[in-house]
Design a protein. Structure first.
Length: 507
């Protein structure tokens, strides 16, 4: 990188901070901070939902898979995400919007207190926060890896720079700042992705390279599934991502909650799903043909895309691509930080102290911002340990830890929205959570020789089955819980105050 590239990078950071300062004026209370006051346009919500699912892991871990295995990276990553999001466009997105508009809550997990009880809410809140600290830590490590290739900076320096800038704009402006910066980041990503795609085509013979290049690539590069990423893995990943990207990891749920109506939430999800289906093809193509142009230095080839950008792009455009790397990671990390701050402020702190329930609007906002900064700081600390024996490499953290643990956290939330699961109460929810976590520990640490697909699918499968079966064997339906489910499913028009769940099941 030369001075021109650095100017582009510094300018980008400046714009992100400016958006955060502008968004600060749109935030009057915690509802504005966490759900944009329910005023976000569907198209902005859709782009924000799409961007919040990216990170620099795509340009490190998945770039390595693309370099080594070819189109497998698309068919076992973005394709199942697209299908999962489109499935959720009608099944989960409108219901999550009604959670905000009809139950008047500002955090996805506030719904758990109304639908089940406080212990269920707290179990999922604490474990989910710990999971997201690890998840976001992996994202910081990924962007720091890329930055070290371009600038020669250390991993810790890269983590510090990106974390501090993200802390400034998402802490000041809340969800509005997240969504607006993600819109800007999408534009940057579009320009950088098209530039990289065009430069790659120029090196492989022009447009005809789109269909002529495959014979020159390693054998098996055109196989949809390869290596550990089998058809079984693809199906398991689709199963998991349907829950994760429809609100199971909370930040995506906020995008649906922030729209103006249930119909707008459906349109938002449809837009995001379409982007997941089409746009990654442009981003992945340079990674697929990278073996013809560069030689990866790392064993997992996680530096392939960065080396390709350095070789192909002129200064200025190189800076834009580096900005694109930052935009991916900062979009995901800032959205996660906002979601976690919502859970801490709206769900965890009130259970620890009754005084929190009587905070003024200003005090609540200050607490939300402190929670955001604290979460980002902890995730940055974890990022420095991603390559340790506990967490291993970046792609291991993302695929095994996150995919494996999302089920126990998301199943009670998302399945609790559906009429077909109205028999499942607090017992089913807590058992689903506990047995899912046990399944993760068993397949990852208790047993040896367990396949990758079993490691990631077992926890969510155990959580889902136990949630449904225990609900059938030990139903805990009450009139109050039924009323909550009907509100979320659109059967009532008037939005009452949140209902306290009863403790005695109906006969």
């Amino acid at each position: 990188m030369n001075g021109f590239d650095w100017a582009v990078l510094v300018g980008y950071f400046g714009v992100m901070v400016a958006i955060g300062v502008w968004s600060h004026r749109q935030v009057g209370d915690v509802s504005d901070f966490f759900t944009a006051g329910g005023r976000m346009p569907w198209w902005l919500s859709g782009i924000s939902h799409h961007m919040s699912g990216y990170s620099a892991v795509m340009f490190t871990g998945y770039a390595g898979i693309s370099y080594q295995l070819g189109v497998t990276s698309f068919f076992t990553w973005s394709f199942p995400i697209a299908i999962g999001v489109l499935i959720g466009a009608r099944s989960f997105a409108p219901r999550l919007n009604r959670v905000r508009s009809r139950l008047r809550v500002a955090s996805p997990l506030e719904f758990l207190k109304v639908r089940y009880n406080v212990p269920t809410q707290q179990a999922l809140a604490w474990s989910g926060v710990l999971l997201k600290i690890v998840d976001v830590g992996a994202k910081w490590a990924a962007i720091a890896t890329l930055l070290s290739v371009f600038t020669g900076s250390s991993l810790d320096q890269g983590i510090l720079v990106t974390g501090v800038v993200t802390s400034v704009y998402c802490t000041v402006g809340g969800l509005w700042a997240d969504a607006l910066t993600e819109l800007g980041q999408f534009v940057i990503q579009l320009l950088a992705g098209v530039a990289m795609f065009a430069e790659t085509l120029g090196r492989i013979g022009g447009v005809s390279g789109l269909w002529n290049v495959w014979d020159r690539l390693p054998a098996g590069h055109t196989h949809p599934t390869a290596g550990p990423y089998t058809v079984t893995f693809l199906l398991a990943y689709l199963f998991i991502k349907t829950f994760e990207y429809n609100g199971g990891m909370w930040n995506q749920a906020q995008r649906y909650m922030a729209t103006t109506s249930a119909r707008a939430a459906t349109r938002s999800a449809t837009l995001s799903g379409a982007l997941w289906l089409l746009w990654p093809l442009v981003l992945f193509f340079p990674m697929w043909v990278a073996p013809l142009l560069v030689h990866a230095r790392k064993p997992d080839a996680s530096d392939a895309y960065a080396l390709l950008a350095e070789r192909l792009l002129p200064h200025g455009l190189l800076g834009l691509v580096v900005v694109g790397f930052f935009s991916h990671t900062m979009a995901m990390c800032s959205s996660d930080a906002n979601a976690i701050a919502a859970v801490c402020t709206r769900d965890i702190l009130p259970s620890l102290s009754g005084a929190v329930r009587h905070w003024s609007a200003r005090t609540g906002l200050v607490a939300a911002r402190i929670a955001t900064v604290s979460f980002l700081a902890l995730s940055m600390a974890v990022a420095t340990q991603v390559d340790s024996p506990t967490f291993k490499d970046i792609i291991t953290v993302v695929v095994k830890w996150v995919a494996g643990l999302v089920g126990p956290i998301s199943i009670p939330l998302l399945m609790g929205l559906l009429r077909c699961c109205r028999r499942s109460g607090p017992t089913a929810a807590l058992a689903s959570w506990a047995l899912g976590l046990s399944g993760f520990w068993l397949t990852n640490f208790g047993l040896t020789g367990v396949s990758l697909q079993a490691q990631i699918a077992t926890p969510v499968a155990v959580s889902l089955v136990s949630y449904v079966v225990i609900g059938l064997l030990r139903p805990e339906r009450t009139a109050e819980r039924d009323a909550v489910v009907e509100l979320v499913n659109g059967s009532a028009v008037n939005a009452p105050a949140p209902v306290r769940p009863a403790t005695r099941p109906s006969p």
